[in-house]
Design a protein. Structure first.
Length: 600
């Protein structure tokens, strides 16, 4: 495919670096990939990382990312890729990870020679810490406890930052480094997220953190759109509760100095989200001279991987993307800033005054597969055929539901367990059932998973008076009271709200029976869609680069959603024919509420 104007979308994930090139009309031009384990075997990584089972640390070497960038561009050069046609670059990176630059970094970045590789010129002198913590890291248990207790609880922290404290978040990781490697911390000139690290390599100078990705740090005040001083003091071990034994005058000075030092390391300025994106600058001369990029190629801010995913399709307010993988992830576009300790809220990476909600469940396909295996054992079958056949026989709710957590769950917070129950439709009483026919588990597990998505996404949906209307039976029960989930009441009017559209991705989305049941329960108002999103993060980055360049260089003032909607290939979506059973599952909300109250 030939085009005079091409755009890069990079995706630096845990296991690979990918580049997708698109043209001005958002058509995919080419795709290139470097897999860390396969293409860079001398690092001896396992699925892109190193693990310490004793400490819970999961991390990788920064040098593998740097070497991968040269390697992927060299592959493209051998393929005679037209680098000179690239007008703009953006991308996505694994969230929460941090990179620690030395005082020599900017000088090294700005004076790169094409006679040597990036790795040979930057490693080790550009960094004070040669490794970066991975999002799977579980070594910061003590640190997340401090973040939540010092700030009067998980809910208060979520109110400020959009999330409670998590092992992988950058703030707790920084606190661990300050505590265990204080000398290295103080020698650090700047701290980048992985997203700002990669854009810095391309720019040839250290660049600031983008606002949306900053929301995954437990340091950024979403309402104030700035770093939160109290959280910075927790990260630097200078919070009042850390300094109880110090004298008041000295402790105040120490705290202020530490806060300002961390602000300087993170970057006083944060890249804002607005409808007028500006480039971070032109691509570094290293890439111009070595790979023949145009010197006018612009670099635009990178974002986190989940944030880039929602840029790969024209999602708008009150629309949901559900990833049915090993875990189940719900991404939702909302204008409601209603944070909770049980999900995440991020600033939307391209649409002002809008947020991305994210709910993550540990028990997704793994739990369903365990039921499938028992079904296959009973009927001497293989695959999903019998499971699907049984699921399709349950067209609507039968007042029976189960909770299936073969591993500990985050939402709701629960240890591994299985719980089954029946609801008396007249008295609304719960009867706990020790066991029942395995065939009932088929419908119960899919229904409980879908109902949890429906319930927990509802606070982020806009309130519409006609939202609960449905073609389902008018005799179905209507919620008339608030219900308490995860320690917080959800207003009954909110529980009656429905998403506009629902998009399904991930391995589980290939199962029509499971997706149909989810669609019946979620009750979208304007349709259900399936899409292949294996390259969603890189594609989202390419779309962001294209939109940003069109505004920055051509003065086009269309917002991102309008721009994407006009150019998006709607044929890439598979519209699903699903009959809503929205009202039929209202009593399922009541039953799941009662069952969750019985969890241990």
């Amino acid at each position: 495919m030939s085009s005079d104007e091409l755009f890069f979308g990079l995706d630096l994930s845990t296991q690979q670096l990918k580049i997708i090139t698109t043209d001005l009309n958002l058509k995919i031009h080419s795709t290139y990939t470097v897999e860390f384990d396969k293409d860079l075997p001398h690092y001896k990584t396992n699925k892109g990382v190193y693990s310490n089972e004793i400490t819970g640390e999961i991390y990788t070497n920064v040098s593998i990312w740097i070497e991968a960038l040269d390697l992927i561009l060299s592959k493209m050069k051998l393929n005679n890729f037209p680098f000179d046609k690239i007008k703009g670059i953006s991308g996505s990176c694994q969230q929460h990870g941090s990179v620690y630059w030395s005082k020599d970094a900017n000088n090294l970045l700005s004076s790169l020679s094409i006679d040597k590789s990036l790795k040979d010129q930057l490693i080790p002198n550009a960094f004070t810490l040669q490794t970066s913590p991975n999002w799977q890291d579980h070594s910061t248990g003590e640190e997340i406890l401090k973040f939540e207790t010092y700030l009067n609880g998980a809910e208060h922290l979520a109110q400020i930052t959009g999330s409670r404290a998590h092992y992988r978040f950058t703030g707790p990781q920084i606190r661990k480094i300050v505590k265990n490697n204080n000398e290295i911390y103080h020698k650090t000139f700047r701290i980048s997220l992985v997203s700002s690290f990669l854009q810095s390599l391309l720019c040839g100078q250290i660049t600031n953190i983008e606002e949306a990705d900053a929301c995954g740090m437990n340091l950024f005040d979403i309402n104030k759109r700035n770093w939160n001083d109290e959280l910075l003091s927790i990260a630097t071990l200078t919070h009042d509760k850390d300094l109880l034994s110090s004298s008041s005058i000295d402790s105040k000075d120490l705290k202020l100095k530490a806060i300002n030092e961390l602000k300087s390391k993170l970057g006083e300025e944060i890249i804002p989200i607005d409808n007028n994106p500006k480039s971070l600058g032109s691509i570094s001369k290293y890439f111009v001279e070595k790979y023949k990029f145009s010197s006018n190629c612009k670099i635009y801010s990178f974002t986190g991987d989940n944030l880039a995913t929602i840029l790969s399709i024209p999602l708008q307010k009150d629309e949901i993307l559900i990833s049915l993988g090993t875990s189940t992830t719900v991404l939702l576009i909302t204008e409601n800033y209603i944070p909770s300790s049980n999900y995440h809220l991020f600033i939307h990476p391209t649409i002002p005054n809008t947020y991305m909600g994210m709910i993550c469940y540990c028990n997704g396909s793994l739990a369903r597969e365990k039921i499938r295996d028992l079904i296959n054992l009973k009927f001497q079958t293989k695959g999903w055929t019998k499971f699907d056949e049984i699921l399709d026989k349950f067209p609507s709710f039968n007042n029976k539901l189960g909770i299936y957590f073969p591993i500990g769950e985050i939402v709701p917070n629960s240890k591994p367990q299985t719980l089954r129950g029946k609801l008396n439709p007249k008295t609304q009483d719960l009867e706990i059932v020790d066991s029942w026919d395995i065939e009932l588990d088929v419908s119960s597990i899919v229904e409980s998973q879908a109902l949890s998505c429906r319930i927990r996404s509802s606070p982020m949906l806009s309130i519409r008076s006609n939202s609960s209307s449905s073609s389902s039976s008018s005799s179905s029960p209507i919620l008339e009271e608030d219900l308490k989930f995860d320690g917080k009441y959800i207003p009954y009017i909110q529980l009656q709200q429905r998403p506009n559209k629902v998009f399904y991705v991930g391995g589980g989305s290939q199962n029509q029976s499971i997706v149909s049941k989810f669609g019946q329960i979620l009750g979208s108002l304007s349709g259900d869609f399936k899409i292949d999103n294996s390259n969603a993060c890189a594609i989202g980055g390419a779309f962001k680069a294209t939109w940003s360049w069109v505004i920055d260089e051509r003065g086009n003032k269309k917002g991102f959603h309008e721009f994407l909607t006009e150019k998006f290939d709607w044929n890439a979506l598979n519209r699903l024919d699903i009959d809503s059973k929205w009202n039929d599952y209202t009593s399922g909300i009541v039953l799941l509420n009662k069952l969750e109250n019985e969890l241990k």
